[in-house]
Design a protein around this ligand. Structure first.
Ligand code: ADP
Ligand code: ZN
Length: 627
């Protein structure tokens, strides 16, 4: 590390040394949550398993111990990270802060790799990022062994540790090999970090990475700045999405998740045609195009990425203001991780999802038709059910989400159900009518999908009802009092609850055993009132929404200064080939604009301004501020 960053001397006690690193290198005044304990555990040579939500501040948990151990002559920390695209920015951010870091991955030339290996082998490097497949090559293991022999292998950090588990949603077989690290270097401290781990995944991580002796740090999974909104699909989900963006997120960065590549492309085109700055991203696109789109998303302000789940792991852009789902994710873990990409900077953000009958049917079918074993499928079905229950819920979404991760909490006041408690209606009678209509079909040896079933219930004459003589059924027209939308909601709920299954290519409906209890009137079915009529606008959502832009709260002149700082930052970022937030985050720039520091000392007090950045940019910033 180069001056001017004044690092603790090896004789300082760990705690104060850790604080010194935090403030000198990163410019922060205090550790958050459990960060201090985690840092101490690892810096002192222990193992740790860290479960912390996205945006919780996992990076510092290994970066600070790595820096501390390096200053004590313990050499290089090796960070396992699955995403090549991200290593570049992470390393860039560290170098900006004055920490000597590098990455090794397949994107480099042999020459570059050799140079970095030399830096590593000399022990000069503080952190080395590498992909898991690189780590377990004989060549790399031999290099690690040589470092270790010389006492220069300071620690291992295993990021996105849930990738080691088949229960998680981004299983990577290379991660299984990581147990090698412990077998070869049992005395080197390890820290494994993840933002997603239910009990099953957690146990899996511990076992597969042999972390039995690690201290486990579980942070609250709550993301209080994220507002959860789940709406029913009406005729045009895309229009719903457009309205959501126009109403509340015009000009802001966001991610829109779709299930298929085709839908990604169509949705991106649709948004572009509406004049929004949107780009597609999915695994079917050329690697170059993908990289370019991801780069633009990270580097430009206010871009919307329309993507499959191929996009996002490890995207640490802090100012994503919304995450929208046009299709139902696989389970709550996936939903939570995807939505968790919003609002890492702690400023208000929204997670919005629209879902409908087709989602339920599709997800169930994907499980049924997958080649996996029956036990696995059973597990998947259970997870889907939990997600459906969340979508259908009429009480606090956050309470349910957190309960899923084993955390008890109080109604949050920051989800759609808390802000606008939905009216519910007793759908028990309707459910019985619907089930008996399917029963009548079964009696005649017939199977139909949702459309025809609802036509019969509503007594709507079509070619098909005539052809089958369904107007003579006892259930013909018994449901004329409900709209098609309401019937879809009833059916969706019945499928979600497992009373009805939608089977085969045409999603024909079949009664399940549990339907009997509903038919007999032993089970109450309550549904949320269809929401479509409610105007969805700021006034219906619990008063004024805190504005997402951290710049707000600035007067007109402050805002002008903020914009000037952003323009300056974007020049610097371009010059350095890094995303703007790596130079300074919006929150930091906004505070500069607000506080108007008069000199370098005052500037250095601002959160996010470390010694290196102060030295490199301080004068420029004061000039931009007109000081
Ligand atoms: P995670 O990897 O857990 O999603 P990050 O490590 O990217 O989270 O941190 C999220 C954001 O919080 C980053 O912008 C980071 O700079 C900031 N942050 C983390 N720890 C602190 C802290 N102690 N004080 C101030 N900001 C912090
Ligand atoms: Zn709530």
């Amino acid at each position: 590390m180069n001056p001017p960053v004044h690092l603790p001397s090896p004789t300082d006690d760990l705690q104060s040394a850790a604080h010194q690193v935090l403030s000198a290198v990163f410019g922060y005044t205090a550790f958050r949550g459990q960060q201090a304990d985690i840092v101490e555990q690892v810096a002192a040579g222990g193992d740790a398993l860290v479960l912390m939500p996205t945006g919780g501040g996992k990076s510092l948990c290994y970066q600070v111990p790595a820096i501390l151990r390096h200053t004590r002559g313990q050499g290089v920390a090796v960070v396992v990270s699955p995403l090549i695209a991200l290593m570049h920015d992470q390393v860039g951010a560290l170098e900006e802060a004055g920490v000597h870091a590098a990455f090794l991955n397949s994107s480099q030339t042999g020459e570059e790799a050799t140079r970095i290996e030399r830096e590593m082998m000399s022990g000069r490097l503080t952190l080395l990022y590498a992909a898991p497949e690189r780590l377990t090559t004989p060549r790399f293991l031999a290099q690690l062994a040589s470092l270790h022999e010389r006492g220069l292998l300071s620690m291992f950090a295993i990021d996105e540790a849930h990738c080691v588990s088949q229960w998680g949603h981004d299983f990577r077989s290379e991660y299984l090999q990581l147990s090698l690290l412990h077998e070869r270097f049992p005395d080197v401290p390890r820290i494994a970090l993840t933002a997603t781990a239910d009990d099953l995944t957690r146990a899996d991580i511990i076992e597969r990475l042999q972390l039995q002796d690690a201290r486990v740090f579980i942070s609250s999974f709550d993301r209080p700045n994220i507002r959860y909104l789940i709406v029913e699909k009406n005729g045009s989900p895309r229009e719903q999405l457009l309205r959501f963006i126009r109403d509340d997120h015009e000009g802001e960065a966001g991610v829109v998740y779709c299930q298929s590549r085709k839908k990604v492309e169509e949705t991106a085109e649709f948004l572009q045609a509406e004049g929004l700055n949107a780009l597609p991203y999915h695994a079917g696109l050329d690697a170059d195009v993908r990289r370019r789109h991801q780069d633009r998303f990270l580097r430009e302000d206010g871009l919307i990425m329309v993507a499959t789940i191929a996009f996002g792991m490890g995207i640490d852009k802090p100012d994503v203001r919304f995450v929208a789902h046009l299709d139902l994710p696989k389970n709550i873990e996936a939903y939570y991780q995807e939505t968790g990409r919003a609002g890492r900077d702690g400023a208000p953000a929204e997670a919005w999802m629209t879902y409908g009958l087709a989602d339920v049917v599709n997800q169930r079918r994907m499980i049924d038709e997958s080649p996996a074993g029956e036990t696995f499928k059973q597990g998947q079905r259970g997870k889907l059910d939990a997600l459906l229950a969340l979508a259908e819920a009429t009480d606090c979404r956050r309470v349910r989400l957190l309960a899923y991760f084993g955390e008890a909490s109080q109604p949050c006041g920051n989800c759609d159900n808390c802000l606008n408690p939905p009216a519910t209606w007793d759908a028990t009678e309707a459910a019985r009518k619907l089930l008996s209509c399917i029963y009548r079909f079964h009696q005649r040896g017939e199977r139909f999908g949702a459309g025809h079933l609802i036509d019969v219930l509503r007594g709507k004459v079509t070619d098909k009802t005539k052809q089958y003589g369904h107007d003579s059924l006892s259930t013909w027209g018994v449901g004329a009092d409900l709209s098609e939308q309401q019937w879809r909601a009833v059916l969706r709920q019945l499928i979600a609850l497992g009373h009805v299954a939608a089977e085969g290519e045409f999603s024909t409906l079949a009664l399940q055993d549990s339907a009997r209890a509903v038919l007999k009137g032993e089970v109450e079915v309550r549904l949320r009132e269809a929401e479509e009529k409610k105007p969805r606008g700021k006034t219906t959502r619990g008063g004024a929404r805190p504005k997402a832009d951290p710049a707000l709260g600035l007067d007109a002149e402050g805002l002008e200064r903020f914009e000037a700082l952003k323009a300056w930052r974007s020049e610097v970022a371009k010059e350095h080939g890094l995303p703007a937030y790596v130079i300074f985050q919006n929150t930091t720039l906004a505070e500069m604009a607000r506080v108007m520091p008069g000199d370098l000392d005052e500037l250095g007090e601002i959160s996010g301004v470390g010694a290196k950045k102060l030295e490199a940019y301080g004068r420029e910033i004061l000039r931009v501020l007109g000081r």
